[in-house]
Design a protein around this ligand. Sequence first.
Ligand code: GDP
Ligand code: MG
Length: 168
Amino acid sequence: MSQTSMHNLVLLGDSGVGKSCIVLRFVRGQFDPSSKVTVGASFLSQTIALQDSTTVKFEIWDTAGQERYSLAPLYYRGAAIAVVVYDITNPDSFNKAQYWVKVLFPDIVMALVGNKADLHEKREIQVQEGIDYAEKNGMFFIETSAKTADNINQLFEEIAKRLPRPST
Ligand code: GDP
Ligand code: MG
């Protein structure tokens, strides 16, 4: 029998970095360039199978309220995993990402994600900057593109691999 473990996951980061698009790409395999601003928080779930034939179910909270720093409800919901996203073309979003990691969620942030990696010619944050910051803070780092789907599944697979294994 294969085993499924369930994990709450929350995406954090500046408005416009692509959080909703990452979730939509992962859960539905779609990209909507005209995606609307997330109102409040929306909830989607997706299950992935790992190579050892266990499965991991992510219950994903895609928030918007964080732009107003009203994150208390995430604690009530028991968010176990936080993923902080920035936009590689936007230095301000990289600074904000560091704020989420250091100030707001030092204990639960697992991954740092540089999104919009397809926008090479507009890049402002080098890959190495992301790697260095993540390494210093014990997170894993990946660059993604919700637009091209590059590394989206890998992001969630890498998180799944780092979760505690269900005991048999
Ligand atoms: P959120 O506020 O963090 O949820 O950001 P959204 O998911 O709403 O995306 C904000 C904008 O960035 C939208 O116009 C998206 O089309 C665009 N976007 C999101 N991800 C990507 C990406 O990987 N590449 C590019 N080029 N645009 C993206
Ligand atoms: Mg959104």
